[in-house]
Design a protein around this ligand. Sequence first.
Ligand code: GTP
Ligand code: MG
Length: 137
Amino acid sequence: LETTLAIIKPDAVRAGNTGHIIQRITDAGFRLRGMRLMHLTRPQAEGFYAVHRERPFFGELVDFMCSGPVVVMALEKEDAVRAWRDLMGPTNSKDAPKGTIRGDFGTDVGENAVHGSDSPENATTEVAFFFATSELL
Ligand code: GTP
Ligand code: MG
């Protein structure tokens, strides 16, 4: 079994979609190992998305991620990284099919409702960014 990091982003929390998204996660057979509601500070958002530091949208991304509360979750399943990215849909919500979380709850390429780790290696780093080992059930 693999564990991946999921974030319900500020747009989706603000829109009242937290419950709908958690329902889809549990319906898809993920087991929740950790979950926390938090409002990211600027340094936290910059640190979390440090790989995107040189990208032109970095400032917008950090502003957005700090714009309201998020829900961070550690999700366990077989092939969890890929399974969660499949359930999220493509980055740009405008291209995301209905039935995917980004297709149903996101708006565009920036405000796309959810985050998911993109590799098992990054999942390990990202889970550790938010959860101490003792907090993972
Ligand atoms: P994450 O799961 O959030 O990492 O998304 P991703 O892996 O599908 O995409 P990527 O890692 O390439 O980009 C990270 C995040 O940056 C995206 O989810 C968007 O929120 C944001 N982003 C990506 N491209 C753009 C862009 O062109 N404009 C803006 N404003 N934000 C972008
Ligand atoms: Mg990414």
